[in-house]
Design a protein around this ligand. Structure first.
Ligand SMILES: Nc1nc2c(c(=O)[nH]1)N[C@H]1C(S)=C(S)[C@@H](COP(=O)(O)OP(=O)(O)OC[C@H]3O[C@@H](n4cnc5c(=O)[nH]c(N)nc54)[C@H](O)[C@@H]3O)O[C@H]1N2
Ligand SMILES: Nc1nc2c(c(=O)[nH]1)N[C@H]1C(S)=C(S)[C@@H](COP(=O)(O)OP(=O)(O)OC[C@H]3O[C@@H](n4cnc5c(=O)[nH]c(N)nc54)[C@H](O)[C@@H]3O)O[C@H]1N2
Ligand code: SF4
Ligand SMILES: [Mo]
Length: 734
């Protein structure tokens, strides 16, 4: 079978002297593309190509994957351990032993002085799963702080929370193959062509062959909206009223799947009572979407043979993030669109291994979706790790966003940051700086020494990255893919797993716990404690994952023993009736009252500030800012501004302007475009000292995820354009 458009010219890359190709998984987004990295005779990475046998990408790569081989030798890589006594002083080089002893001693000193939760650990979605598991084991089993969380609170927390509320557990039920079967697709707040280009290609390919309708819900005319059959330019932060009105129509016109609801769901009466209030007219006033459009989308969605919804940060990063996810799940449930081919609610994950951290890091609980709040879960893991059960707290500690508030309040005195750069990525940079200034000790473990957060480090640990390391990652569709060390890390940089294991030795002097050294052995341990659970990986090992270019969980040892094809492993969740993870086995239909609680544009700050991403850059650009093939497309911060708004303000294309919010200001270039409505500007957050100096970051009450996409700014003209150009240059300050 032929995939893709055969008539288009393929991208041709210059011929290079590749001596051998090594297959790994891309380290940027959660699509999980399989990449062949070309190495020359000296073992230097000189090329990348998509692996044609991998089901995910079938030979394709996006702009980031194509240039990823350049990453290994980019500027700013950390090559030695650095330490200093005071912030602002110069660093001095140190040995690994000195660095790790210092980290151990400071953790214990601060815990002794201020209590065990006064030292916080913040991790990431960008390490390998065996690293997450080991860090969790070290933190929960030996260090004992409960203030341990990941940057996934900025990203997938609302999806996790919404899945738990609806289905009783995290875990996306669908997969990319659903595009091959769906009859109707709604994309909520997701710019798939730019942020998950290869998932987009899978979707587009299926749509070109089968022609199913696509609806894009996004306040911007994104690339996805441009090619959708219907674009709903929703007013920011009002997706929940739109969902409620769709449910209103579905129940009013008896389009629900009553049989499915009766067999699988609870809470129908309460849901109906709430959505009865949400007429399309009422929702239209709030969302700005015409009532007739709401009615026709609701009808088409409910009548489709199979209907699918995907979403990303336009939903998650909102004060109604968790509710938005719950609403998407509920729309799916009442129309019987869960666990069916082409009928699903699939959260499009962010970082390459944000799924792996959700499954295995123990950040918000214990491994494999176990809960600290559950006695049996605590007992089981304590037995398995050989620790006393009462060392585990009985509820989760602070989320990442609340940890910074506790730092600012002086309750948290020490911080270990691992592969996340809050000075660029957290909302309201001024507040983050105030929080970091309160610390007695901060350790930053990053593969780049020029990551902005290193400004606040007393200790810097140089991590290896991506295919310098050994382990696995889980992608958006629960597929576990291999990453292998194909080049050596620079200088004295070490894999994060090595760092965790050396630190564990320092906390584990009496040897009560065991920490396997090799990623393959750690995977075996994880496989053992996964048996019988939702994310059962007991049938997998590294060799099997390599052989099949990734396997979706669950894949159990029983399936393997029965000789079942791994590709058929866990294609979809919740296929059988009444198999949900709530105690009664049913999914919950949760009513969603709505409150308008965002900062909105007003006379002083008349524009919505919407923030997000570009295809060529990755987050704080520690990586893509240094790869010419990526950086050249947008080397400086800019805003999308509507041409009418630009004309009213007398702003020309390419002119620098100052954006001002109640938190701070930023100098950016104006790029007039019809992509945004007249009352909105869109600012990519990739540039340091720009978007997040302005953002407010109100938190979702369930997930504690920040609303990065809804706040107000004003635009000021700048007389001295030369000075402004310098200000916007976005120099790295360290
Ligand atoms: N090139 C590249 N790819 C990436 C990343 C990257 O940095 N660069 N990061 C990865 C990560 S970690 C993530 S989380 C994903 C994010 O992937 P996406 O969520 O697709 O990307 P964003 O640009 O953050 O936001 C998506 C859209 O949400 C819309 N939006 C804003 N407010 C609302 C609203 O109120 N309602 C609705 N319905 N939509 C709204 C925005 O206009 C924007 O177009 O991308 C991943 N992929
Ligand atoms: N305004 C605004 N802000 C946002 C968002 C938005 O849409 N708007 N999106 C939010 C979202 S969804 C996300 S996911 C966050 C991302 O926020 P961050 O996690 O802060 O983003 P990164 O820049 O990817 O930071 C990862 C850091 O880890 C380092 N690193 C990479 N790989 C490795 C490794 O293998 N080992 C080690 N030790 N270090 C490594 C990188 O150099 C980098 O400094 O940003 C959030 N911030
Ligand atoms: S789509 Fe994502 S995983 Fe695939 S090459 Fe691009 S960045 Fe990498
Ligand atoms: Mo993310």
């Amino acid at each position: 079978m032929l995939f893709g458009r055969t008539k288009k010219n393929p991208v041709s890359l210059p011929q290079k002297d590749v001596a051998r190709w090594e297959t790994v998984t891309c380290g940027y987004c959660s699509t999980g593309c399989s990449i062949d990295v070309g190495l020359d005779a000296q073992g230097r990475a000189i090329s990348c190509r998509g692996n044609a046998e991998a089901d995910v990408n079938r030979g394709k790569l996006c702009l980031k994957g194509i240039f990823e081989f350049e990453l290994f030798e980019t500027a700013g890589r950390g090559t030695q351990v650095l330490r200093r006594d005071h912030i602002g002083e110069d660093f001095t080089p140190a040995s690994w032993d000195e660095g790790l002893d210092l980290l151990h001693d400071e953790i214990r000193r601060i815990q002794k002085k201020h209590g065990r939760d006064s030292f916080a650990i913040i991790s990431t979605g960008q390490m390998l799963t065996e690293e997450f598991y080991t860090l969790g084991k070290l933190t929960r089993g030996l260090i004992h702080t409960n203030n341990y969380d990941g940057n996934t609170t900025l990203c997938m927390a609302s999806a996790v929370s919404g899945y738990k509320r609806s289905f009783g557990s995290d875990g996306p039920p669908g997969c990319y193959d659903d595009f091959e079967h769906t009859g109707y697709l709604i994309a909520w707040g997701s710019n798939l062509p730019e942020q998950h280009p290869i998932i987009y290609w899978r979707m587009k390919d299926a749509r070109e062959r089968r022609g199913f309708p696509l609806v894009a819900v996004d306040p911007r005319v994104t690339m996805l909206a441009q090619e959708a059959d219907l674009h709903l330019p929703i007013r920011p932060g009002t997706d929940v009223p739109l969902m409620n009105a769709m449910m209103h129509v579905i129940f009013a016109e008896k389009l629900e799947d009553a049989e499915y609801i009766a067999a699988n769901c609870s809470g129908l009466d309460e849901l109906k009572e709430e959505v009865a209030k949400w007429t399309p007219d009422r929702a239209s006033q709030i969302t700005g979407i015409h009532p007739d459009t709401i009615v026709s989308v609701a009808r088409a969605f409910a009548r489709a043979r199979a209907a699918m919804q995907i979403w990303t940060m336009g939903i998650n990063q909102s004060t109604h993030g968790s509710d938005g996810v719950t609403g998407i799940n509920t729309l799916a449930l009442i129309t019987g669109n869960i666990g069916r081919k082409g009928g699903t609610s699939l959260s499009i994950t962010g970082q390459c291994n944000a799924m792996g951290t959700r499954e295995w890091s123990s950040c918000s609980g214990l491994p494999n979706f176990r809960y600290l709040e559950n006695d049996a879960d605590r007992a089981e893991i304590a037995r398995f790790w050989g620790v006393e059960e009462d060392i585990f707290p009985c509820s989760r500690g602070l989320t990442q966003t609340d940890i910074y508030k506790a730092m600012e309040a002086g309750e948290i005195k020490g911080l270990w940051l691992i592969a996340t750069n809050p000075l660029t990525s957290l909302p309201n940079t001024a507040q983050v700086r105030r929080a970091m200034e309160q610390l007695e000790f901060c350790c930053v473990q990053d593969c780049y020494v020029d990551a902005e957060s290193v400004q606040y480090a007393h200790l810097y640990l140089p991590g290896a990255t991506w295919a310098e390391k050994d382990g696995v990652m889980t992608n958006t569709e629960r597929r576990i893919n291999r990453v292998r060390p194909i080049v050596a890390p620079p200088g004295e940089a070490r894999p994060d797993l090595w760092i965790f294991n050396r630190l564990a030795e320092r906390f584990n002097r009496d040897g009560t716990m065991t920490f396997p050294e090799k990623a393959g052995d750690i995977f075996k341990e994880m496989a053992k404690i996964s048996h019988g659970r939702l994310a059962d990986i007991s049938g997998m090992d590294h060799a099997l994952l390599e052989e099949h270019k990734g396997v979706q969980w669950p894949y159990t040892k029983e399936q393997r023993e029965a000789g079942e094809e791994p590709r058929k492993g866990g294609v979809r969740l919740y296929e059988k009736p009444a198999s949900f993870m709530h105690a009664d086995g049913r999914a919950r239909l949760i009513p969603l009252p709505w409150e308008d609680n965002n900062e909105r544009p007003d006379a002083d700050y008349p524009f919505w500030l919407n923030t997000g991403r570009l295809i060529e850059h990755w987050h704080g650009r520690t990586k893509t800012g240094k790869i010419a093939g990526n950086n050249k497309f947008s080397p400086i911060p800019f805003i999308e501004i509507n041409p009418d708004a630009a004309r009213d303000l007398g702003i020309a294309h390419g002119e620098y302007v100052r954006l001002v919010s109640r938190r701070g200001d930023a100098v950016v270039m104006a790029m007039p475009t019809g992509r945004v409505p007249p009352d909105m500007v869109f600012l990519p957050f990739h540039f340091h000292n720009a978007a997040n100096r302005l953002t407010l970051g109100l938190l979702d009450p369930h997930s504690r995820q920040p609303a990065y996409k809804q706040q107000a700014v004003r635009i000021e003209k700048i007389a001295d354009q030369q000075q402004a150009a310098k200000l916007s240059l976005n120099r790295r300050t360290f």
